[in-house]
Design a protein around this ligand. Structure first.
Ligand SMILES: Nc1ncnc2c1ncn2[C@@H]1O[C@H](COP(=O)(O)OP(=O)(O)OP(=O)(O)O)[C@@H](O)[C@H]1O
Length: 353
């Protein structure tokens, strides 16, 4: 039985003797969108280049719908590509740009396909325009339509909306999701924008220094991060260095004791880091059990929420996000108590110094 979708198996790659991909493994189920994300230089584009055939990885296998791509020439891979600096032909109309790869088709079929794609990206009224007279978002939609024109087996997108402003980005993200519902094409999208990844992709592949740290749905990755790195990269994580004192108890550096509703997978005496999302902290202006005393620095309103910044006695910064329920804001410098929800705490081994 052939395995559908795109499979990246044990891929290693080096540039000039420096290894930049270390045993990369993940797969994109047929018809789904997977986002590759991670800090600059972690190897995202290198993976995309290996899939596209622009580089041959030192080791590993890449298969698409059961076909081994590793030794297939770029033009025979049947991939559509959309990059940040998309190059449309400025002397051709929108329709001509989209039809560019369809020269081999009979005219009637070519026209029908271009019209279908114009509808898909909602550009039919712009068919006869030249790209310099389109907005950035419209140009990018032409690039997507052009990439889809040849009916590719998969779509590769490298920071496709990177050059656009925030509002336009989210509009195009929503369009991509809608379009995927229509065409359902196996897609790998590289982005460094975690909100974009969460908005568009069913699965995220979080990378760090050439390695895959975690693969999972946006919810799995946010709620059950596999490492301290993933925890801090996707969303904000307040970090609390602590020592395990019992099967489900620990003591932070400031002597605050926390109880857990589950057994910790660490022996008593282990040095650990506990993390807590800003929205999982409750604010009080009076001492409370299981709450950290902190100095209130500032609060910024965000619609119904208050984003609070505070400093723990040992100097680490804490962020909290609480409902703006009408209670008075603390004064700058005042001591406040932040109580984490024990069910939402994450525990990791302390990083080696
Ligand atoms: N052609 C090349 N020659 C030598 N080193 C390269 C080459 N291309 C990339 N690298 C290096 O390989 C590593 C991975 O680069 P890559 O472009 O894949 O990262 P990335 O995650 O896509 O980064 P960014 O988000 O900044 O685009 C980096 O350390 C980079 O400097």
């Amino acid at each position: 039985m052939t395995e559908t979708g795109l499979w990246i198996s044990d891929v290693n790659h080096s540039y000039e003797g420096k290894q930049v991909l270390h045993g990369v493994n993940f797969n994109v189920p047929a018809g789904k969108v997977v986002a590759l994300l991670g800090p600059s230089g972690c190897g995202k584009s290198t993976i995309l280049r290996a899939i596209a055939g622009l580089i041959v990885p030192d080791q590993g296998r890449i298969t698409l719908d059961g076909r081994d791509l590793t030794r297939v020439a770029v033009r025979d891979r049947k991939l559509g590509m959309v990059f940040q600096n998309f190059a449309l032909f400025s002397h051709m109309t929108v329709a001509e740009n989209i039809a560019y790869g369809l020269a081999g088709l009979p005219k009637a079929e070519r026209v029908a396909r271009v019209e279908r794609l114009l509808d898909l990206v909602r550009l039919r009224p712009f068919a006869a325009r030249f790209p310099p007279r389109l907005s950035g978002g419209q140009q990018q939609r032409v690039a997507v339509a052009r990439a889809l024109a040849t009916d590719p087996a998969a779509l590769l997108m490298d920071e496709p909306f990177g050059a656009l402003d925030r509002a336009l980005r989210s509009e195009l993200q929503a369009e991509l999701v809608r379009m995927q519902e229509d065409v359902g094409i196996t897609t790998v999208m590289v982005t460094h924008d975690q909100e974009e990844a969460q908005a568009v992709a069913e699965q995220l592949v979080v990378m760090n220094e050439g390695r895959v740290e975690q693969v999972g749905s946006p919810e799995e990755i946010y709620d059950n991060p596999a490492s301290l790195f993933v925890n801090g990269f996707i969303g904000h994580a307040n970090r609390i260095p602590a020592t395990v004192t019992g099967p489900s108890r620990l003591k932070a550096r400031d002597e605050t004791e926390l109880g857990f509703n589950r057994a910790l997978n660490f022996r008593p005496g282990s040095e650990i880091v506990v993390t807590c999302r800003p929205e999982d902290l409750a604010l009080s202006t009076r001492p409370e059990q299981g709450a950290f005393a902190a100095r209130f620095d500032r609060a910024v309103m965000m619609g119904p929420l208050l984003n609070i910044e505070a400093t723990l006695p040992e100097g680490s910064q804490f962020k909290a996000q609480v409902p703006r329920d009408g209670t008075a804001r603390p004064d700058r410098g005042q001591t406040i108590w932040l109580r984490p929800n024990p069910a939402r705490l994450q525990v990791f081994p302390a990083p080696q110094a």
